[in-house]
Ligand binder design. Structure first.
Ligand code: SF4
Ligand code: SF4
Ligand code: SF4
Ligand code: FES
Length: 363
């Protein structure tokens, strides 16, 4: 048992199993794909996403398990005591054949410059499309929203996007439509993304392994995502403080997209529409980039931070002396962090002597 707060939680039992002839151990019930990774055995996946429930749809991660009549998906099989697992016999050939089958109808590997895990896998396995299926071409999809596009010719129907929107966003904005060569992922009932429950968070886009769902705009760049410089930052739009990567075009030094990684603390790679798509303000010509102080002429003039702070402090102290501390009110913001809001109320109560502190988002 381990203690979490006041609660005792039973610890998972460790079980012993065999992996490629070597003894291995794992907490009982751990997914085989994770247990293998901890033992240095990489099992490729395509439809698997750690944020989502085990699915086992694409079969890319199959492994041999003694006693099983057929290979089992490592992303949906849990380790059990005495299991004998093999990834080194017929498995690589199986993965290569599966990759070739997917490539045979993968007509557009790069609709929007996003990374493509299928292409990466094909390179790793030295797999090439043996031919292109005659009915590989699917009906194109055009959506009137400005942020996200979808190219059925890049889609491998892994369902990650649909599962993301259902399991993480708890909505039913996307569904799998049609069968066989007509199958596509589309906003539910054939509506536009804009006419569904979709909040344009871009989560389905980030979950897509092939880039079939992609950012429609890459302001001023044709560069693939992997050639952009990533600068780690914090979203400035609200106090959740999601961790983001600003993707900067190295040539123009402009931010052209925002991404986030599943291991980032506080948001685990999830973003809302503001954090993911509303970054153009950074380069807007009207944006204030330096402090301004009003001069004798009544106009605002650029100055140093030291001078701006001094002018603000002198002004506040003058009001306090002339009218008393209750003449001063402090407006804070839910867009700041909790720590910054704490400091602001401290400044108001202890330095300025007023309890009139409010958050502009509170009403
Ligand atoms: S953008 Fe977000 S809300 Fe919209 S379909 Fe994708 S995951 Fe669902
Ligand atoms: S759009 Fe992407 S995530 Fe959705 S099914 Fe197609 S390949 Fe998978
Ligand atoms: S991405 Fe959305 S939720 Fe996250 S900090 Fe930005 S505005 Fe807040
Ligand atoms: S990754 Fe395991 S079945 Fe798709």
């Amino acid at each position: 048992m381990i203690r979490v707060g006041d609660t005792m939680i039973p610890m998972a039992r460790t079980v012993a199993f065999t992996l490629d002839g070597q003894p291995a151990s794992a907490p009982e019930g751990e997914l085989l794909v994770h247990a293998a990774a901890r033992h240095g055995v990489f099992i490729p996946t395509l439809c698997h996403d750690d944020k989502l429930e085990p699915y086992g749809g694409c079969r890319m991660c199959v492994v041999g398990v003694e006693g099983s009549p057929r290979p089992l998906p490592a992303c949906a099989t849990r380790v059990a005591e005495g299991m004998v697992v093999s990834t080194d016999s017929s498995v690589p050939q199986y993965q290569r054949t599966l990759t070739e089958m997917l490539l045979a109808e993968h007509l557009n590997p790069d609709p929007g410059g996003r990374p493509n895990e299928l292409v990466d896998l094909a390179e790793e396995l030295a797999a090439e499309a043996p031919f292109i299926l005659p009915d590989a071409k699917r009906e194109p999809y055009d959506d009137r929203n400005r942020f996200m596009g979808y190219d059925p010719d890049a889609c491998i129907l892994c369902n990650r996007c649909v599962r993301y929107t259902q399991e993480v966003m708890q909505c039913s904005a996307l569904s799998l439509e049609g069968r066989g060569p007509h199958a596509r992922i589309v906003p539910t009932h054939g509506y536009s993304w804009l006419d569904t429950e979709c909040e344009l968070c871009g989560g389905c886009l980030s979950a897509c392994p092939t880039g079939a769902i992609y950012e429609k705009f890459e302001e001023g760049t044709e560069r693939p995502e992997r050639t952009l410089e990533k600068v780690k930052s914090t979203c400035t739009f609200c106090g959740v403080g999601c961790q983001i990567d600003l993707n900067v075009d190295p040539e123009t030094q402009r931010i052209v997209k925002v991404t986030s990684e599943p291991h980032y603390v506080s948001n685990e790679g999830n973003l809302c529409v503001k954090g993911r798509f509303a970054f153009n303000f950074v380069h807007h010509p009207d944006r204030l980039t330096e402090p301004l102080v009003r001069g004798e002429d009544g106009e605002l003039h650029p100055t140093t931070w030291e001078h701006a702070f001094r002018v603000a402090a002198e002004g506040l102290l003058r009001v306090k002396e002339e009218h008393g501390p209750q003449a001063i009110g402090v407006l804070s913001s839910a867009r700041l962090t909790m720590e910054e809001n704490f400091l602001i109320q401290k400044l108001a109560r202890t330095a300025l002597g007023t309890n009139s502190v409010h958050s502009c988002e509170a009403t």
